[in-house]
Write a protein that binds this ligand. Structure first.
Ligand code: SF4
Length: 446
């Protein structure tokens, strides 16, 4: 392993334009190393006895949206009718049943539950109640520390918000993205400014323990002035947490298709430098009013009260059952993803089989690297954690990478902690590849 391949990319040498491709590092090893052959082994895993002390989470994917945002790279459906949705929910419940009755999962109580999408709030009140009643009957979540629900503001009526609260959701995550109706519209979002305020006000009034607001830095036509307005309006609402993503333009987005049709290599959004500056500005303004930056994407009003159990558990290696089309799971050290096509997913479930398309059984070293890079996204990594869990001294294991980061003024050692500077945290995803094993360097993230 030469230090050349480990060198952290120099910001001055990076292309600053937003070009097509994935920037966000969601997992490790990269998805291009997962395969269909290993998928067959997951059923055997579920036959093992459960491992004491490993927390369990459940993710349910709702792949429906009112319309497709131009920057969206998820597999979502905007044309499914009530019958198809019912069949999908039944399939998700049947899939959950396969897990709930397996030796590995049976009797375990989820520590966290997450409804993501797509748009979970696209479901009607009766669909939501139907789904969650059945899920709870299979594996009660009365001991869950957190139940998160992603919502698109325009789908939230008072009746639906009350139902979401009633089923036990503790963390409502509102996909605001931007407060300007024109910007929302030209980026293909379904909701408008008034709907954000209406939904937020009612959600607050009925006592959700935690409300998160999602924003995107660098939507098409974003300006300095409008971004400042976004920050001001966010602060006025006093959400418990704020999550800010930097706009990326993967190949399966509407924006990329348009770029391709016009023969353009650069996306019509702000460059990386500007997007980072906008997140930096938002973090600084939020800090001025008492928020704490807890990751490269998140600021929270009260870190003691507003945890993000889903993220923290996932990044420390808990088991996760991912239900629904295209969902990701991590069970007993094996990563896997469900079939990504709607009809094939339903057919697999109807055949009584787990609908898995690709998997990877990770090595201990890969699990160590995975947790390390994911925890780097928090901006602080505790060395003792890796010594205790993996018997690895990360300072020695990653000596060339740390020397490089320190030399560039991106990392400091504070006692037992390795701490990224704010500059490093704002582009943390670009720094993580240097920690990959040689065979994973430069791999595709699709
Ligand atoms: S609401 Fe989210 S999942 Fe649905 S189309 Fe927009 S970005 Fe994609």
């Amino acid at each position: 392993m030469s230090t050349e391949t480990l060198e952290i990319r120099d910001p001055a040498k990076e292309s600053d334009d937003t070009e097509a491709g994935n920037y966000f590092v969601a997992n490790y090893p990269p998805f291009s190393f997962w395969n269909a052959g290993t998928a067959q082994t997951v059923r055997d895993l579920l036959e093992q006895p459960s491992r004491p002390g490993v927390p369990l989470g459940v993710y349910f994917h709702v792949p429906f949206c009112r319309k497709r945002c131009h920057f969206c790279y998820f597999r979502v459906y905007t044309d499914k009718n009530a019958d198809e949705i019912k069949r999908y929910l039944d399939a998700g419940i049947a899939e959950f049943e396969l897990y709930a009755h397996s030796p590995l999962i049976q009797g375990r109580k989820p520590k966290f539950v997450y409804f993501g999408g797509g748009t979970p709030s696209y479901l009607s009140v009766s669909q939501l109640t139907y789904l969650t009643d059945r899920m709870k009957a299979l594996l009660p979540w009365d001991e869950a520390e957190e139940v998160t629900f992603e919502a698109e503001p325009g789908t939230l009526t008072e009746q639906k918000l009350a139902a979401i609260r009633q089923i036990g959701v503790t963390r409502l995550s509102l996909g605001v993205e931007n407060f300007d109706s024109h910007i929302l519209e030209i980026n293909g979002r379904a909701h408008r400014t008034e709907e954000i305020y209406r939904a937020y006000k009612y959600a607050r009034s009925i006592g959700f323990p935690q409300i998160n607001i999602d924003l995107i830095s660098g939507m098409v036509e974003e300006t300095n002035e409008n971004w400042r307005t976004n920050i001001r309006k966010t602060i006025e609402l006093e959400p418990d947490s704020v999550t800010i993503y930097q706009m990326e333009v993967p190949y399966n987005t509407g924006i990329y298709k348009q770029m391709k049709a016009e023969g353009k290599l650069v996306a019509p959004v702000a460059n990386w430098h500007t997007k980072r500056d906008w997140v930096d500005e938002a973090f600084r303004e939020l800090e001025k009013v008492g928020y704490t930056v807890t990751s490269g994407y998140t600021a929270v009003r009260d870190p003691e009260k507003s945890k993000f159990v889903y993220r923290d558990q996932l990044w420390t290696g808990s088991d996760l059952i991912g239900l629904g089309v295209a969902s990701f799971s991590h069970i007993a050290g094996t990563h896997y993803q469900n079939i990504t096509e709607f009809t094939q997913y339903l057919e697999a479930i109807q055949g009584g089989d787990l609908p898995i398309s690709r998997a990877l059984a990770t090595t201990e070293e890969e699990r160590m690297i995975r947790e390390f890079i994911l925890q780097m996204k928090l901006g602080r990594v505790n060395r003792s954690y890796f010594e205790n869990k993996f018997r690895v001294n990360v300072t020695e294991r990653f000596a060339p990478q740390f020397a490089d980061l320190k030399g560039k003024g991106l990392l400091e050692e504070q006692g037992n902690w390795l701490v990224l500077t704010r500059e490093a945290l704002l582009r943390v995803d670009t720094l993580l590849h240097a920690f990959f094993l040689p065979q994973h360097q430069g791999a595709r993230y699709t």
